[in-house]
Design a protein around this ligand. Structure first.
Ligand SMILES: Cc1cc2nc3c(=O)[nH]c(=O)nc-3n(C[C@H](O)[C@H](O)[C@H](O)COP(=O)(O)OP(=O)(O)OC[C@H]3O[C@@H](n4cnc5c(N)ncnc54)[C@H](O)[C@@H]3O)c2cc1C
Length: 355
């Protein structure tokens, strides 16, 4: 059986981002890489969106960038503008194509379906697959999005609706998210923050149908693309082995209060490549203890007081756009953190903290 210097388990967002970063930094010229991936074909399956707080390798995969966003509750709407850190959406289909065509030109890179097909005892392993089936009773961000196309121009393509809480909450936290890619094309998502036990929350088709008709007033449209997912809002069980480095969601790259992961994966990939020669000895990359602590308290409040969350999220955005974007992208300084914390209802956060 063949042996490789590096093995990446899971050729998804994190696995391919890392492979690409290794390739463009010439780290695969005299080293071999095996990517273990179970899927049969790569096609668009996700839309990755984030605030571009630093440059990344995938500008050519961006569907659209925006500088304006709103957040709504049933009572109010708040609009923010930020030209410095645009919100971007990436087409995963283009991302997979770009990376796979680059990697296929390097004979040192091979793909396999199963780890058993290679000898990996002496390899450095980067793992992006959850060790065990995550617990359904924990908190998840679960959602379904559809890209719709309308015969007439009806969307304001300059502004996204990040969170619209003007919808049925059903004792959990629920909002809609609208990304207008053009005047007649938009991705609309129904998103829940809850455990996965309650099957009744998963009538996503119906939720989207009602929202599009009743809230957006759109009757005539066709669906171009559907994406569905569940992002765990709890820390993964990390594989405890010196030769295994966890990456992606399995490596703790998801910001637990928001589900944002894409840009953290890019930062982690850069860190790994920078330290590749002694990566098994290097400090484990993390999003930072500060955010881990703040998110833990935030999620405790969310679990205990779901009915208060629309207002809490809304108030969080009542600060400067730089502050909220940097906070949600793990790039805030102490002053910015304090500004966000000041917007939170003190008593229930203190209760959650000491509970
Ligand atoms: C639909 C959806 C939309 C999202 N949107 C956003 C967003 O807008 N912004 C954002 O920041 N984050 C978003 N996320 C969260 C996160 O960015 C993505 O989940 C991202 O794909 C995580 O990358 P990953 O490499 O950890 O996991 P994945 O991309 O899921 O990669 C894991 C790979 O492992 C493969 N695999 C599974 N089991 C095995 C096995 N046993 N052996 C080998 N391979 C295996 C899978 O086929 C997959 O290709 C979204 C998630 C989903 C599901």
């Amino acid at each position: 059986m063949k042996e490789f210097n590096y093995v990446i388990i899971g050729g998804g967002c994190a696995g391919l981002s890392l492979a690409y970063e290794l390739e463009i930094n010439n780290k695969l010229k005299d080293k071999t890489l095996a990517i273990i991936e179970t899927r049969d074909e790569y096609k668009r399956d996700k839309t990755w969106s984030f605030w571009k707080v630093f440059d990344h390798n995938f500008n050519d995969c961006v569907i659209k960038s925006w500088s304006n966003f709103t957040i709504n509750t049933s009572e109010s709407s708040h609009e923010l503008t930020n030209k410095k850190f645009p919100y971007q959406s990436i087409d995963s289909g283009k991302f997979y194509k770009k990376i796979n065509s680059k990697l296929s030109a390097n004979s040192n890179v091979s793909f396999f379906k199963n780890l058993n097909e290679i000898k990996s005892e002496n390899s450095i392993i980067f793992n992006s697959v959850f060790e065990k089936e995550p617990d359904k009773s924990e908190l998840w961000q679960h959602f379904q999005g559809i890209e719709i196309e309308t015969p007439k121009n009806i969307f304001d393509e300059g502004i996204i609706n990040l969170m619209d809480f003007n919808c049925d909450q059903r004792k959990d936290v629920h909002f809609f998210y609208t990304l207008p890619f053009s005047k007649n094309k938009a991705l609309i998502e129904t998103t829940w923050l809850s455990d996965l036990e309650d099957q009744s929350l998963r009538d996503y088709d119906l939720q989207l149908e009602n929202y599009i008709e009743n809230n957006l007033g759109i009757k005539n449209y066709k669906i171009n693309f559907t994406e569905k997912g569940a992002i765990p809002l709890f820390s993964p069980t990390l594989r405890n082995n010196n030769n295994i480095i966890n990456i992606g969601s399995a490596g703790g790259m998801t910001r637990l209060s928001t589900g944002y992961t894409f840009l953290n994966i890019q930062e982690h990939s850069r860190y790994i490549v920078k330290n590749i020669d002694n990566i098994t000895e290097a400090k484990i990359f993390s999003l930072g203890k500060k955010y881990q602590f703040l998110d833990k308290v935030f999620l405790k409040v969310l679990e205990k007081y779901p009915e208060k969350m629309p207002k809490i999220f809304f108030n969080m955005f009542k600060t400067s756009s730089n502050t909220i974007i940097k906070f949600l992208s793990n790039k805030s300084n102490v002053i910015e953190d304090i500004n966000i914390i000041r917007k939170m209802p003190k008593l229930i956060f203190l209760k959650a903290l000491f509970n």
